[in-house]
Design a protein around this ligand. Structure first.
Ligand code: PMP
Length: 384
């Protein structure tokens, strides 16, 4: 059976240019970077700095050294949460939202445990939208950092991050935006947003696994301590004292995922070639079509019906466990995600064990959505 791939929120498929770029890197310029004077090392080093510049342009960062290469969103969040240890004291607050991925909850909880700070959670309504009046009540001068996702992986909600950023700044709090789900659909403008940090994963944006970006404002990256110690992040090492390298190297200890960084640049260039406006418009038609078709099924319960959404449809069939539907639909050649989507608090809020999640990318089609609808109907018949 031909595969219909609707698990794009978990990871995207890779275009041929990306696959070819990985092979080209290892065949032609593979060497360790920043280390050798030899030609090959120089070629690899130069190639590794090119994507930093294209990503800087892509997200409109002020400086190239504000773009850090990471292994993904999780790495970026942990780097900042770890660095904030010295800025927090007992009684301070860290704020997240009710619809965060576990990777944007756990590192902040660990930070609170280390420092005696407390966690505030912006609640959401039954549509899966953050309740801004509650956010306004929670935020105060005691809030030191707010970390929210730009787009929810479990619900597809696009959050009002500009409002959150401005309000947080008004009380002196920093803002971290988890852009893991936004980066494949939206071109973020970090200067217009004025966020302090913005992280995303390469593998969700048509790039390789193990690649990612953490944008940080220069003033914050200067203030934060290094996350890991090791080679390449130092200026000078003696047994008495080590001084650190400047940005971005201070945060890039050890041999990085060189091919990953280079090819992430290829992936971002590719997406810009397709055009983010085109991607957003096309995916919106898929979302509208899919929502309408799925709603024609009896017993369809959509989970997450925010006014502002990307192309994620989370749903359940009345009286049927999501795993049963997911398993049967998979047997019919359709890859959807089933479970809690690493967002257990979201599932708890809706009092459900999980959902079936179809997440569309720009390479999906309405015919594939028709196949999903047919498969869900068949599964429903078999299970009831
Ligand atoms: N945040 C969100 C909203 C996500 O969807 C994901 C990935 N599912 C992550 C963070 C973590 O990304 P990664 O596993 O690539 O580090």
């Amino acid at each position: 059976i031909p595969l219909v791939y609707f698990d794009n929120a978990a990871t995207s498929q890779k275009p041929q240019v990306v696959i070819d770029a990985i092979s080209k890197y290892y065949t032609t310029i593979n060497a360790n970077i920043h280390r050798g004077v030899h030609t090959l090392s120089q070629l690899a080093t130069d190639a590794y700095e090119v994507p930093r510049q294209s990503i800087q342009r892509h997200i409109n960062a002020k400086h190239t050294h504000e773009v850090l290469f990471t292994s993904g969103t999780t790495h970026g969040i942990n780097l900042v949460a770890s660095g904030f240890t010295q800025f927090l004291k007992p009684g301070d607050y860290v704020m997240v939202s009710a619809m965060e991925h576990h990777s944007n909850i756990v590192p902040w909880q660990m930070l609170c445990e280390r420092t005696g700070a407390n966690l505030h959670v912006i609640p959401m309504n039954e549509k899966g939208e953050l309740i801004m009046e509650e956010f306004d009540k929670l935020i105060s001068e005691k809030t030191k950092i707010v970390s929210v996702n730009h787009i929810s992986n479990a619900l597809g909600t696009i959050n009002p991050i500009k409002y959150i950023i401005d309000k947080a700044h008004a009380v002196g709090a920093a803002v971290f935006i988890d852009g893991a789900q936004a980066a494949p659909h939206i071109r973020p403008d970090v200067q217009a947003l004025d966020c302090d940090f913005y992280a995303f994963s390469g593998h969700k944006t048509c790039g390789p696994t193990g690649s990612g970006v953490l944008y940080g404002k220069e003033e914050w990256l200067e203030k934060l301590p290094p996350y890991q110690g090791g080679g390449e992040m130092i200026k000078e090492v003696t047994f008495e004292k080590t001084t650190y390298a400047g940005l971005p190297h201070k945060f890039e200890a050890g041999t990085p995922h060189i091919a990953g960084g280079i090819v992430l640049g290829t992936a971002i260039d590719y997406l810009n070639g397709v055009g983010f406006d085109n991607i957003a418009a096309y995916e919106h038609t898929l979302l509208e079509y899919g929502t309408q078709k799925l709603l024609e099924i009896d017993g369809m319960e959509l989970v997450g019906t925010a006014a502002e959404k990307t192309s994620v449809i989370s749903f359940n069939l009345k009286g049927i466990h999501p795993y049963d539907v997911g398993t049967l639909v998979d047997k019919m050649g359709i890859a959807v995600r089933t479970g809690h989507h690493c967002a257990q608090p979201v599932m708890n809020a809706f009092c459900i064990p999980g959902t079936i999640r179809a997440s569309f990318a720009f390479y999906n089609t309405v015919e594939e959505i028709d196949a999903l609808v047919t498969a869900v109907k068949k599964a429903q018949m078999m299970l009831s």
